[in-house]
Design a protein around this ligand. Structure first.
Ligand SMILES: Cc1cc2nc3c(=O)[nH]c(=O)nc-3n(C[C@H](O)[C@H](O)[C@H](O)COP(=O)(O)OP(=O)(O)OC[C@H]3O[C@@H](n4cnc5c(N)ncnc54)[C@H](O)[C@@H]3O)c2cc1C
Length: 379
C-alpha cells in the first residue's frame, strides 16, 4: 500500500497575524450575511464581496506577483479559506477561479493565457465555472460527447454541459471536450482536451436548473457552433484527461469539503455552551473536524511541494462529506429544532435540505471510494 501518507504540517510563519487580519475583515462585512447566506457558505455568490477579498490579496495568493498573486504559501492560503468558510462568507464568485481554474492556467497555460486571466481572477473580476459533467456523462466522464473540432480560425464547439455551478453568473468556463476520436480499441481517455469558453460568445445558451431548495445555482449549457480562438486550448491537445484529473486534487482536498456546514456547528456551540450534557457529543464533532483539518492541511503541504495527491484528496472529500452531511442531524440530536435560536434554526433548515448534494458535487461518494480502493490495492 503506497501513497496514502498524511504528513502533519506546522502552521506557517505569521499564521496568527493572518487570522487576526481576516477576522477584522470579516467583521466589517458579516452584518450583511443572513443565516441563509452563511449556511450557503461557498455556494453564495457576491461579486462585491469577492472584489473586496481580491483587494486584500487573498485570491490567487500563491501565484506569482506578475500575475496578480501574492507569492504566499498554500498553508497561508488554507488559513484564508478556513476563516472565510468558518464565517460562512459568500465566496462563490471567486472560489472556482482561485481553487482550480487559476492554478490550472498557471500550471499549464501559455504566458499569454496567464497574463489574460490570472490578474482578473485575483482582482475578483473574472469568475470561472467547471465544464465537466454532461447529461449522459457524470461519474463516467470519459464518455463525454461535447466536441471541439479544429477549423481554419480555431475550434468549433458543439455539445452540452450540465450541473454547471454558477454558469449563469460566470464569465468563463474551462470545459473538458473531445478534440479527436478515441482510438479504435484504445482508451477513451485519449483525445480529450481542455478549452477556455467565453460564456457570452454567440452560440452559448445557458438554462438555469432549480435545485433541491428551489434555487437556481446550477445550469445546463448548450454549445451550438461556438467559435473558439486557436488559443482556447489549455495545456496539451489530447492530454485533457490527465490534466482534469490532476486538477481534481485542488478541487477535492480543501476545507470546503468538510466545512460546508461549519456555521451551523459554530451556532450550535454558542447555543449549547451552557448545557454540559451536550459537551461530549459536541467534542466528538470538533475532534472529527480537527482530524479532517490535519489531513487537509497535509495535502496543502503536498501541493506546496509540487506533489499530486489525488488519492489523499479523495479520502478527505469522502470523510469530509460524511462529516458535513451529518452535522444537521448531530445538532438536532442535541437541541430540539423548535428550541434552537433563530439563526441556528434557519441554518439548520437550509442545510438539512441541501446536504445530500455535498457527496455528489465534485465526484460522488462511490467514485471517491473507488479511487481509495484502487490505491489500497483492493480493485
Ligand atoms: C450541487 C452540485 C453542483 C455541481 N456542480 C458541477 C459543476 O460545476 N460542474 C460540473 O461539471 N459538474 C457539476 N456537478 C455534477 C457532479 O459532478 C455530478 O453530479 C457527479 O459527478 C455525478 O454524476 P451524475 O449526476 O451524472 O450521476 P451518475 O454518474 O449517473 O451516478 C449516479 C449514481 O451511480 C453511482 N455510480 C456511478 N458510477 C459508479 C461506479 N462506477 N461505481 C459505483 N457507483 C457508481 C454514483 O455514485 C451515483 O450514486 C454538480 C453536482 C451537484 C449536485
Amino acid at each position: 500500500m503506497t501513497g496514502l501518507r498524511f504528513d502533519l504540517r506546522d502552521p506557517p510563519h505569521g499564521a496568527a497575524a493572518l487570522r487576526a487580519e481576516l477576522r477584522a475583515f470579516i467583521a466589517e462585512h458579516e452584518h450583511r450575511w443572513t443565516p441563509e447566506v452563511r449556511a450557503r457558505s461557498w455556494m453564495g455568490f457576491d461579486r462585491d464581496f469577492t472584489r473586496a477579498v481580491g483587494a486584500r490579496g487573498w485570491i490567487g495568493m500563491c501565484w506569482p506577483k506578475q500575475y496578480g498573486g501574492a507569492e504566499r504559501s498554500f498553508l497561508e492560503r488554507n488559513i484564508v479559506l478556513e476563516e472565510l468558510l468558518a464565517a460562512g462568507a459568500p465566496v462563490g464568485a471567486h472560489w472556482i477561479g482561485d481553487r482550480q481554474s487559476g492554478p490550472l492556467i498557471l500550471r499549464l497555460g501559455t504566458d499569454a493565457q496567464r497574463a489574460k486571466f490570472l490578474p482578473g481572477i485575483a482582482r475578483g473580476d473574472l469568475a470561472f465555472c467547471i465544464g465537466l459533467s454532461e447529461p449522459d456523462s457524470g461519474s463516467d466522464l470519459a464518455s463525454l460527447r461535447t466536441r471541439a473540432d479544429r477549423t481554419d480560425t480555431g475550434w468549433l464547439l458543439n455539445g452540452r454541459k450540465i450541473w454547471t455551478t454558477f454558469g449563469h453568473l460566470c464569465d468563463w468556463m474551462i470545459a473538458l471536450v473531445r478534440t479527436s476520436p478515441a482510438p479504435e480499441g484504445g482508451s477513451r481517455h485519449q483525445g480529450l482536451s481542455q478549452v477556455l469558453v467565453d460564456l457570452r460568445a454567440p452560440g452559448v445558451t445557458i438554462r438555469p436548473i432549480r435545485d433541491l431548495v428551489g434555487e437556481e445555482g446550477f445550469n445546463e449549457i448548450t454549445f451550438d457552433d461556438v467559435r473558439l480562438p486557436p488559443d482556447a486550448l489549455v495545456g496539451t491537445e489530447g492530454a485533457g484527461w490527465a490534466q482534469a484529473t490532476s486538477e481534481l486534487a485542488f478541487e477535492r482536498s480543501g476545507p470546503d469539503r468538510y466545512m460546508s456546514s461549519h456555521p451551523l456547528l459554530e451556532a450550535g456551540m454558542a447555543a449549547l455552551r451552557d448545557d454540559p450534557a451536550t459537551a461530549p457529543a459536541l467534542g466528538r464533532e470538533v475532534a472529527r473536524l480537527w482530524t479532517l483539518r490535519a489531513m487537509s492541511t497535509a495535502i496543502a503541504g503536498m501541493l506546496q511541494d509540487g506533489a499530486d495527491p489525488v488519492r489523499q484528496a479523495a479520502l478527505v472529500k469522502d470523510l469530509g462529506n460524511d462529516f458535513e452531511q451529518a452535522l444537521p442531524g448531530a445538532m438536532r440530536a442535541l437541541r430540539d429544532v423548535d428550541d434552537m435560536p433563530e439563526p441556528m434554526r434557519r441554518m439548520h433548515a437550509y442545510l438539512t435540505q441541501i446536504t445530500p448534494t455535498f457527496s455528489l458535487r465534485g465526484g460522488t461518494r462511490e467514485i471517491m471510494r473507488g479511487i481509495i480502493a484502487r490505491e489500497l490495492g483492493l480493485r
